[in-house]
Design a protein around this ligand. Structure first.
Ligand code: ISL
Ligand code: CA
Length: 565
């Protein structure tokens, strides 16, 4: 396996709106990030993935871009951005920008032109179709509820939007669109960025004819994923992007790819003719959703998922990509609930379970991602009033389902409390002063009321805190190649409480034990694992370093990592 800097790194994701507000308008900004770079350096991370900071009317918090080559007013200016990257590079931190090129904002000049007339030179930058019998061109449902088509009076045609109606899909069939995007990427790379996180990158290519989707859901609109996920020309587009852009720089890319098999994963990320450094797969994030149609399934929560099923998913990704591709390891981002609330226990075993999850993730093969606040164990929030929520996905879901009347108010709020994206978007909790020290003004979204217990200042002052545990995990990665390059093997595959696995490199074995339960199961080392010496690398309870990893009664959410030789 080739050595690469982005394999040996830990990446920290910043959701700028909620990170740190430097000027009291209630919105995080670039100067806010600059003032926290020493914090990130202290944590030990190598790369920052910055969610979109481009000009945007913020229908989807920056994932709707109206100018790819300028900064959103609330966040600052291009000069601030230049200062940000300079200050990051000075501290040896690399910067990965978000690349959102499946769609633009409806306020992007291309779209403003495109909707003016059928003859406009920008018409073909987007996907316009005539209606069918007075209705939408096809029956696709949007990721954000309702039809994926919007009627435009001006030219009496519909445009496609897989996401919000204010995020029209670009027409990747058009070579001019593709060239504009490559030029824009080159412009950022020449300004110094070190890579891109590629938003919904595997939906760029739509199946010709845009066929109706089969009926799998209640209601009029249906999940059309088969006609745009990993579509017919996706590899052509990405190979072209690689040739025209990526190949010219020492950079990294991480693709956000829903509905990929491990075979797709290898195709996208292999070192010979892959098109991205690593990818975010979604299978493990689907463990607690129901299999019903498309994105609606995420709201239909399955709380009875089994650890053995989780193991099957993770193990498949670990083994199938070993030596053939590369995994991005994550449990959180700005679209997902907080992991300690979802997979751990955010009450009685808050610290223990958050440490366990961190260990379990960081010891796998792949590049680990830390989402802002994950390093201090920030939790889900349960706002009482729907008006406290800001996310377009949540609000569309709520209103759409209200209209349909299939669920009670309580059921809808429960789903939002468990699954809503705003769980991850409440302001970063810096200290116990009002608004968690995030802003001196009124935050754009309410702060999680638990900020007096969970905040950076408190974590930094406690040597046994989750924050210091993360530092140690990140440090271990720098010291031991086996954590980066070792091969993964699952052990105890039928155990429903303990997730245990090994990593192997040369004559070394890393043994990772993680109790995913509140119970106290006994870990027994399989006979097949022989060793002559052992060393405890890290653990979340204080334990005897001389206790051999043979038979251990684990405490709730206990985790340990041993090196065996
Ligand atoms: O939220 C989700 C996970 O259940 C998805 O439906 C999500 O919308 C999808 O993963 C795509 O996400 C990306 O593109 C969206 C944007 O809203 C998300 O924030 C972004 O990560 C559209 O640009
Ligand atoms: Ca601000």
């Amino acid at each position: 396996m080739e050595r690469k800097w982005w394999k040996e790194s830990v990446i920290y994701q910043i959701y700028p709106r909620s990170f740190y507000d430097s000027n009291g308008d209630g919105i995080g900004d670039l100067q806010g990030i600059i003032s926290k770079l020493d914090y990130l350096k202290d944590l030990g991370i190598d790369i920052v993935w910055l969610s979109p900071v481009y000009k945007s009317p913020n229908d989807d918090n920056g994932y709707d871009i109206s100018d790819y080559q300028d900064i959103m007013d609330e966040f600052g200016t291009l000069e601030d951005w230049d200062q940000l990257i300079k200050e990051m590079h000075k501290r040896d931190i690399k910067l990965v920008m978000d690349l959102v090129v499946n769609h633009t904002s409806d306020e992007h000049p291309w779209f403003i032109e495109s909707r003016k007339s059928k003859a406009n030179p920008y018409r073909d930058y987007y996907i316009w179709r005539k209606g069918k019998d007075g209705e939408e061109p096809n029956n696709w449902v949007s990721f954000f509820s309702g039809s994926a088509w919007e009627y435009d009076e001006e030219t009496e045609e519909y445009f496609l939007h897989l996401f919000s109606r204010r995020q029209p899909d670009l027409n990747w069939e058009n070579p001019k669109v593709r060239q504009e995007i490559y030029d824009m990427m080159t412009w950022w790379l020449d300004r110094g960025v070190d890579g891109f996180r590629m938003d919904v990158i595997n939906v760029l290519s739509k199946t010709e004819g845009l066929p109706d989707a089969p009926v799998t859901m209640d209601g009029k609109y249906q999940w059309g994923g088969d006609y745009f996920l990993n579509g017919p020309k996706i590899m052509d587009y990405l190979h072209e992007m690689k040739e025209k852009v990526f190949d010219k720089y020492d950079m990294m890319t991480v693709g956000e790819t829903q509905a990929v098999t491990t075979e797709d994963g290898v195709r996208y990320t292999n070192e010979e003719d892959g098109v991205m450094s690593m990818l975010f797969q979604f299978e493990h994030m689907g463990i607690d959703k129901s299999p019903v149609g498309g994105n609606l399934g995420k709201w239909m929560i399955n709380r009875d998922w089994k650890l053995t099923d989780f193991k099957k998913i993770m193990t498949r990704w670990q083994k199938d990509l070993d030596g053939r591709g590369w995994n991005a390891l994550y449990l959180e981002n700005h679209d997902q609930p907080r992991s300690v609330s979802r997979f751990g226990d955010d009450q009685a075993y808050h610290q223990e379970s958050a440490k366990m999850l961190a260990t379990w993730l960081h010891m796998m093969q792949g590049t680990p991602f830390v989402y802002q606040g994950q390093e201090i164990g920030m939790t889900n929030v349960a706002f009482e009033n729907i008006n406290q929520y800001k996310d377009v996905e949540i609000l569309n879901f709520y209103h759409d389902q209200k209209d349909k009347g299939n669920f009670t108010e309580e059921e809808l709020m429960d789903a939002i409390h468990y699954r809503g994206r705003d769980n991850a978007r409440t302001p970063m909790q810096w200290n116990d002063s009002p608004n968690a020290g995030f802003t001196t003004g009124k935050p754009w979204i309410d702060v999680n009321p638990n900020y007096r217990d969970i905040n950076v200042e408190k974590e930094m002052n406690d040597p046994n805190s989750l924050y210091h545990y993360y530092k140690k995990l990140i440090q271990l990665r720098k010291e031991h190649d086996i954590i980066v390059y070792g091969s993964y093997n699952l052990i105890l595959e039928d155990d429903n409480q303990i997730y245990a696995y090994t990593r192997m490199l040369n004559d070394e074995t890393l043994l990772v034990i993680a109790n995913f339960s509140k119970e106290t199961p006994v870990f027994n080392l399989p006979d097949s694992l022989k060793y002559t010496s052992y060393e405890l690398f890290i653990s979340n309870y204080s334990c005897e370093t001389t206790e051999a990893p043979l038979s251990i009664q684990l405490k709730p959410y206990e985790t340990r990592v041993y090196r065996l030789k």
